[in-house]
Design a protein around this ligand. Structure first.
Ligand code: GTP
Ligand code: MG
Length: 296
């Protein structure tokens, strides 16, 4: 996981540590770092911010050796994650009964699978989730959630293929209201920014459901496009936090930095496989430990 971004930083740190006496060579190394970060899914603005901050620290004489390079880079990146206000799903579920959570994202990123995982995560922690199948656009979507329901024994509120997803979601909320569910996990159809009808439909779902949390699911393997998706959904309906699916197969590494830098919203979980318990809370420190290990 994340090996390519780690290599980029390692190469830069080795090169830069060897040329501390030459300002010109250091600047070249920084420029090279910026380009390589972008090639590993770090959004251009984020890559520029990282290298500009580091350059200033070097010029001010704060960073003079390898250890200081590593610790400064770690600090710069950790600050991005600290700027995004953290979200505690379990705490939110305690104060909102039931907590309404809307899952959205482009086609095939992992929304439906992620809902089943989040449902299992919540049940493991003593909560009662209900999955609401408001993807009425794709015929197989209903079946998919039903299958997850059978396997996990977590209830699903079904919708009909072709029905209005906002009314399915609304009916699901009504159904849940007197039945003691703690969290409602609402699935939606995958949509691209070019699907004007589907985007208007998403706006309608948001108006009707009034979710406490709008989660954008992104596929780590999408690379830099994940940032475009984030900007688009933020503009269309607003995004409260991310779940990054398919993190288990993710080598490039930069997507978490890009997403959080761009929207200043946290990453709630990462998906780490196809199993129901392959969902981990995203831990910025663990992430930074992987891409910029203290000792190597
Ligand atoms: N390796 C891995 N595969 C995942 C992960 N999350 C989802 N997948 C796989 O990605 C594929 C698509 O997942 P879905 O959950 O159907 O995606 P979706 O966003 O609901 O798709 P649409 O509803 O068609 O837009 C499935 O084969 C999942 O098993 C993950 O964290 N790791
Ligand atoms: Mg789906």
């Amino acid at each position: 996981m994340l090996s390519k971004l780690r290599q980029v930083f390692k190469k830069f740190i080795d090169t830069a540590s060897a040329v501390f006496s030459s300002k010109e060579k250091l600047l070249n190394a920084l420029e090279e770092l910026k380009i390589e970060l972008v090639s590993r899914d770090v959004a251009y603005e984020a890559a520029e911010d990282i290298t500009t901050k580091l350059k200033t620290l070097i010029e001010e004489g704060v960073v003079k050796n390898k250890e200081q390079l590593v610790s400064s880079l770690r600090k710069i990146i950790l600050e991005y994650f600290e700027q995004a206000e953290s979200i505690d799903l379990l705490a939110l579920a305690k104060v909102n009964k039931p907590l309404k959570v809307l899952f959205m994202g482009v086609n095939g990123v992992g929304k439906t699978t992620t809902i089943a995982k989040v449902a299992v995560y919540l049940r493991d922690r003593g909560l009662r989730p209900l999955m609401i199948a408001a993807d009425t656009f794709r015929a197989a979507a209903q079946e998919q959630l039903k299958k997850h329901s059978e396997r996990t024994q977590i209830q699903v509120f079904p919708g009909k293929y072709g029905a209005d997803p906002a009314s399915v979601a609304f009916d699901g909320i009504m159904y849940a209201s007197s039945r003691g569910f703690d969290v409602l996990l609402i699935d939606t159809a995958g949509r691209m920014h070019t699907d004007v009808d589907l985007i208007n439909e998403l706006r309608k779902i948001v108006r009707v459901v009034k979710p406490h949390l709008k989660i954008l699911v992104v596929d780590a393997l999408t690379g830099n496009d994940a940032v475009e998706q984030a900007k688009f959904f933020e503009g269309a309906v607003g995004v409260d936090c991310f779940i990054v699916a398919k993190f288990d197969a993710y080598e490039e590494g930069g997507a978490p930095i890009s997403l959080v830098f761009t929207l200043k919203r946290p990453i709630l979980f990462v998906g780490t496989g196809q199993g129901y318990r392959d969902l981990k809370p995203f831990n910025p420190l663990e992430y930074v430990d992987k891409i910029l290990p203290l000792e190597e």
